[in-house]
Design a protein around this ligand. Structure first.
Ligand code: FES
Length: 174
């Protein structure tokens, strides 16, 4: 698993979470609600957030993690700015969705459920996105790409990286 250091933004959000947690009630019944607050505030559950919640409720951190990992509404890695979602519905699956997923994993050097160290990309599998005629389908950010093929993966990743560089150059100029 890629290790993610906290960004300045994450740290500011953790401070915000600290304030919210300090005001929250104690008691085991508060665990799930507080985890939800933490995820909403930060976008995911870094160790620091789990520790804050656990300490407030006077439970162990592993207990908090154990409960959180049981529910798939919680994520432990930061979401990528360009989340890659590979459709694994029936139509996409039979047309090679799994191979598309593997190609993204290899190209980005992360596994499904993970985020690249620069936080540009994350990969996840999703259920049918409703465009079965275009199977296999993948989304990169908000853009849907139909009739995916392994050979298209590299180009899609490159396009995002080039657009980012362009945006950075323009920002530096202004
Ligand atoms: S199964 Fe992939 S779009 Fe329906």
């Amino acid at each position: 698993m890629t290790h993610h250091t906290l960004t300045a933004e994450d740290k500011a959000r953790l401070d915000d979470l600290r304030t919210q947690i300090d005001m929250a009630q104690k008691g085991r019944g508060e665990l799930i609600p507080l985890l939800q607050v933490a995820q909403k505030t930060i976008g995911y559950l870094p160790d620091e957030a789990l520790a804050m919640v656990a300490d407030h409720l006077e439970i162990t951190r592993s207990e908090a993690y154990g409960v959180a990992s049981f529910y798939n509404q919680f994520r432990f890695t930061p979401p990528g700015r360009n989340p890659v979602k590979v459709c694994m519905g029936t139509a996409c699956h039979v047309r090679g969705g799994e191979i598309i997923l593997e190609n993204f994993e290899r190209k980005l050097e992360i596994a499904e459920g993970e985020t690249t160290a620069d936080r540009e990309f994350s990969i996840e599998r999703v259920a049918c996105v409703g465009c079965c005629a275009l199977a296999p389908v993948a989304l990169v950010g908000d853009t849907l790409h139909g009739h995916m093929a392994p050979s298209k993966v590299e180009g899609l990743v490159l396009r995002v990286r080039l657009e980012k560089e362009k945006a950075e150059r323009e920002a530096a100029r202004s």
